[in-house]
Ligand binder design. Structure first.
Ligand SMILES: *Cc1c(COP(=O)(O)O)cnc(C)c1O
Length: 494
């Protein structure tokens, strides 16, 4: 299939998928999209009879046309091996009358591993013949940083630098990052919040004099955040594989439509579901679940995207976001590839903080997407009822989606709730939701408490953090981030 990519804001300059993955974001600030999406369908009969690896090869081969079969095969075999603690990679389990798709069996216990165990491998292939070293620079609010570190650690010709906001990530999240080993990694706490470091990282990417100095040393900067097509494409696989698991369990017949409930922040996870639908997966409804930062609920209900509101810190921090970057790709497809229109909505968003889509686009949006939001209190109630009712332990992000699922009238289709993190990453909030005492306890004491209360075991990669030596102790101000990146490049690529 034609898998040339171009910017959502300009249809002219197309690049190969390898170039799109290396660049991360289009030069005009748009996101890379392919007009061939869905022209060639994925063969469902094939998918239901094969394992996760085979489906991943099929999906990647379809969406990343310039990767050879051998390249795709090697990337898949490396990304989803014994670094996942389930041979199924993303196992499906019962959730009352519905289903839970467990996406947190990777090395960092969050669904971002599915893409970030793959992206470094895709980048290494894309770099071949390029010769330059790539430094990945990432600002994180918690989960992405560790998943990027774990994915890129030790990868030839690449380095990774992560900035996290000092004092604003959970105990466990911080320890996951500051104990990261590997000669090509750098981690630094930032005095400031996530938005400060995110803004500064964007400035670093556009700093021409820094780029010039790095280029002289043979290094380019790139991004591992979820706007990279190399992060989006691997996520399409688990929608197809979940469907295959449902067919094999006899829960649906091949061809029956299935609904997916997705805890949503930057809109990458749920957009992969939309890609799967375009590629022929029988999807009934994709339900976008939000926390109190419910910009997307309002958008899907009214057709107006309005970020002019207060940012609320919640117990599902990876969904605390007011500008969902990947929505831009959906606007492109819903408008039948109208770059002009996408550009105008995005400039309204940047300049005025708000835009509205027309009635036709809104109707198309509502055809596929449902929505809903849950408050922290409701989310805690769901954590408790899921445990007490069925002994299913949910993390706060997953519990947001389960809350929406519970309150949505059944439309007669099987329903799958995507589970995006291990509850043990958020031990304190989960333990508190179950009525356990957390006052004065650190992350590990809460983890122990949750193990005792639930009779389940914390994932080894989290519990062994308590014995892991702290390696990264740097703290810097926002104005020192650029020089931190430059020093990291000199050290890693010396
Ligand atoms: C990143 C994240 C999300 C949100 O996913 P998006 O692709 O940004 O919508 C949800 N839950 C968890 C645990 C995450 O880490």
């Amino acid at each position: 299939m034609d898998t040339f990519y171009h910017s959502t804001r300009n249809g002219d300059d197309s690049v190969t998928s390898k170039q799109a993955i290396l660049a991360g974001i289009a030069p005009d600030g748009g996101l890379f999209v392919s007009d061939g999406l869905g022209a060639e369908k994925i063969d469902l009969a094939l998918v239901v009879g094969q394992d996760y690896h085979a489906t991943a090869r099929l999906v990647l081969g379809t969406l990343l046309g310039d990767f050879s079969e051998g390249e795709v095969g090697a990337c898949v075999a490396g990304a989803y091996a014994d670094n996942f603690d389930s041979a199924a990679v993303t196992p499906l389990s019962p959730l009352g009358d519905d289903w839970l798709l467990e996406l947190h069996h990777g090395p960092t216990c969050a669904f971002k591993d599915i893409a970030l165990q793959m992206l470094p491998r895709l980048m290494s292939v894309a770099r071949e013949g390029d010769g330059r070293d790539v430094m990945i620079v990432t600002a994180t609010s918690g989960d992405t940083g560790k998943a990027a570190l774990a994915g890129f650690a030790g990868v030839e010709g690449t380095g990774v630098t992560v900035f996290y906001p000092e004092g604003k990530v959970s105990d466990i999240q911080r320890l996951q990052m500051v104990t990261q080993q590997g000669g090509n990694v750098a981690v630094c706490a930032i005095r400031g919040n996530f938005d400060d470091s995110q803004t500064e990282v964007k400035r670093i990417f556009s700093d021409a004099s820094l780029a010039g100095r790095l280029a002289a040393g043979g290094t380019v900067l790139s991004s591992a955040n979820s706007i990279n097509v190399g992060r989006l494409v691997p996520q399409v696989t688990y929608y197809f594989d979940a469907y295959a698991q449902l067919v094999r369990r006899g829960a649906v017949r091949q061809g029956d439509a299935v609904d997916f409930y997705v805890p949503t922040g930057n809109f990458g996870d749920v957009l992969a579901g939309y890609y799967a639908r375009r590629l022929g997966l029988p999807v009934g409804r994709l339900v976008v679940a939000s926390n109190t930062n419910k910009v997307l609920t309002d958008f899907i209900e009214t057709g107006t995207y309005d970020r002019r509101r207060d940012f609320v810190k919640t117990i599902s921090p990876s969904m605390d976001i007011l500008v969902s970057s990947n929505l831009e790709r959906l606007l492109y497809y819903l408008s039948d590839g109208d770059c002009e229109r996408v550009r105008s909505h995005m400039s309204d968003l940047a300049e005025r903080g708000v835009y509205s889509i027309d009635a036709d686009m809104h109707a198309r949006l509502r055809e596929t997407f449902g929505c809903g939001f849950a408050t922290d209190e409701e989310t805690k109630g769901t954590i408790r009822s899921s445990w007490e009712g069925g002994h299913v332990l949910l993390d706060p992000h997953t519990a947001v989606a389960k809350t929406i699922l519970d309150r949505t009238p059944h439309e007669g289709r099987q329903r799958v709730c995507l589970s995006t993190a291990s509850p043990y990453k958020f031990s304190a909030d989960v333990l508190a939701a179950l009525g356990g005492k957390t006052a004065g306890l650190d992350g590990f004491a809460c983890m122990d408490g949750l193990e005792r209360l639930s009779g389940t075991a914390a994932p080894a990669q989290l519990s062994r953090l308590r014995y892991a030596p702290v390696i990264h102790t740097d703290v810097c101000g926002r104005d020192e981030m650029g020089s931190f990146v430059e020093r990291a490049c000199q050290r890693v690529f010396a």
